[in-house]
Ligand binder design. Structure first.
Ligand code: 5GP
Length: 192
């Protein structure tokens, strides 16, 4: 998505440890009009998949999922991180190793909100080593629901997440794929 690449180039900064910071439009301050374009783009890509729910992880994925859900007209379910007393015990859970924090945490979804009749689109802001997406895929599998695909705003193509998901035969669509980044340059994989 050309507009997204331009925005990453103007607003993104590269932090040590292969972290791309885009928190003035995606992860902290949110450019809602721009997010709506991202949501529309995901709809254009996945509209034929008969999606019944969008699944993401709190917190950064929620705004993206909501922007897309308005076009699909389906509910958003977000997996909660850590232990939650108020979610009940009847839950699907997966352990996720966090790329940005360097520790593992549980993601949890109540059994009330996913079942075998669901066709689920996973959406997230970043794809690094794929652990968050794989955790959500496990939850969907445990619910006996179907994974329609994974939509990512920014995939870091030099990390292994993309390969791990694609080799499972799951449709992965990333709106921008960063092939390499340094302190003063970011280059994208061309989509032709
Ligand atoms: P993964 O599970 O694919 O290793 O990492 C994906 C998760 O880590 C995303 O949900 C995102 O929140 C976070 N993440 C990974 N890489 C980056 C990055 O370069 N920048 C930011 N802001 N978040 C990242």
């Amino acid at each position: 998505m050309k507009l997204l690449e331009e925005k990453i180039l103007t607003d993104g900064t590269v932090l040590p440890g292969n972290i791309l910071k885009v928190d003035n439009f995606l992860n902290h301050q949110i450019d809602v009009a721009f997010l709506n374009k991202i949501g529309e783009e995901f709809y254009n890509i996945f509209s034929s998949e008969n999606i019944t729910k969008i699944l993401t992880v709190e917190a950064s994925g929620i705004a993206i999922a909501c922007a897309a859900a308005q076009h699909f007209n389906v509910p958003v379910v977000f997996a909660k991180k850590g232990q939650h007393k108020n979610i009940g015990t009847d839950c699907f859970t997966a352990e996720v190793f966090s790329f940005t924090k360097g520790t593992s945490y549980d993601v949890t979804v109540s059994k009330k909100y996913l079942n075998e009749n669901d066709t689920v689109l996973i959406l997230d802001d970043f794809l690094a080593n794929g652990q968050a997406a794989l955790g959500l895929m496990k939850i969907i599998e445990d619910a006996k629901a179907k994974v329609a695909g994974v939509g990512i705003v920014i995939e870091k193509g030099f990390q292994q997440g993309g390969a791990l998901i694609r080799e499972k035969g799951v449709r992965l669509e990333s709106l921008a794929i960063v092939d390499s980044m340094t302190d003063d340059s970011i280059s994208f994989r061309s989509n032709d």
